[in-house]
Design a binder for this molecule. Sequence first.
Ligand code: COA
Length: 376
Amino acid sequence: MARLTADLSNGITQLTSRRTSRLVWCFPARRETRVASTLRAASDGIASLTKIGILGFGSYLPSRVMTNDDWAELLDTDDEWITSRSGIKERRVAADDESTVDLAGAAAEKAMADAGVSAADIDEIIVATDTPEVYLPDTASYLQHRLGAGEVTAFDLGGSGCAGFVLALDIAKSRVQSITKKILVVGVELTSRLVSRTNRATAVLFGDAAGAVVIGAGDEVYAEFLSFDSGTDGQHTDILKLETGGTRRPFSIEEARREAHKDLIMDGREVFRQAVRRMTAAAENVIDRAGRLKSEIGIVIPHQANVRIIDAVRKKLGLDEDQMYVNLDRYGNTGSASVPVAMAEAHQEGRIKPGEVVVLTAFGAGLHWAAAALQF
Ligand code: COA
């Protein structure tokens, strides 16, 4: 594996082997653009120059809108508190007859249509979610059947919190590289069904949504993957968790009576601090790994948890306000769906210009974080 780095201070760009840390090539930074596309393949350990990236986008937002004023009628809260602390004005709530696979299926159909492929063309399905259709089996099994896909590999990435979708993209890229041709990656969350509606500290922050992409190889990709970064710091499992239902604290009548299975525990201030630190570092890492400079970033599509977190990350990265895509005012925190929904919207709205470098960066329970750099 190789690592491409650029150092502006001495104008040197260098390619080093990650395994041996030995310098392989070294040349002036101004030649970076010319050689970057050739070396990008090497920097990701790919022998071929075929692009691997996104072939189609899709998203689905339930039609029912719930405003901050609607919440104020149910809980001891108000629009001023929610807006000033989080930036959220409204969120979507799934209809009573909708479940996780309905949201996932709707987003997936749009992504496949955008990519010009049918369910029969999909070689693998990955669903990132913490609010699955049922406890067992996974949502991916339901989705495979719903879409009428072949008997392909399908699995969920659960428990990674809001970092799940970007982590799934990383896995999908490796799978396309090794054996699979087209992979459907979905991020979906129906939090309103599984998280307490009576705890004002968490209930007002979340919304329901699904986002999907089709990943594949070829010259016609919308966006080529340049690099990924991800990591975990398990000493922080306690700052964001839903404990009841696992082996540590099995489901019981007593727990059910007090709705403990919906009791999302969150240390908001610590999650905030960790989110800023990890999302910023992950964004810097993918830019560095892609052999690019921060000044080359076109737009960042961050996990949409809190507008103050997004702004703090923006300042640390030294970017302008219009370089951070924000839609959480309309949708709240949609977990694993937040990045794919925001990416689909940014693309649809023309916020991403052809040739631009786009950075995705996300964090979630675990703590997990994941980022990606893409060239549109
Ligand atoms: N309406 C009104 N008051 C509320 C409230 C609500 N919906 N929720 C909590 N409060 C109160 C609390 O009871 C507390 O009152 P107290 O000071 O009397 O005890 C106070 O508001 C908490 O205020 P503070 O801690 O200053 O809030 P904050 O500025 O840290 O903002 C969060 C709280 C949750 C919005 C913020 O910490 C945050 O966004 N953290 C990150 C959370 C996150 O991203 N989670 C998802 C991860 S994927």
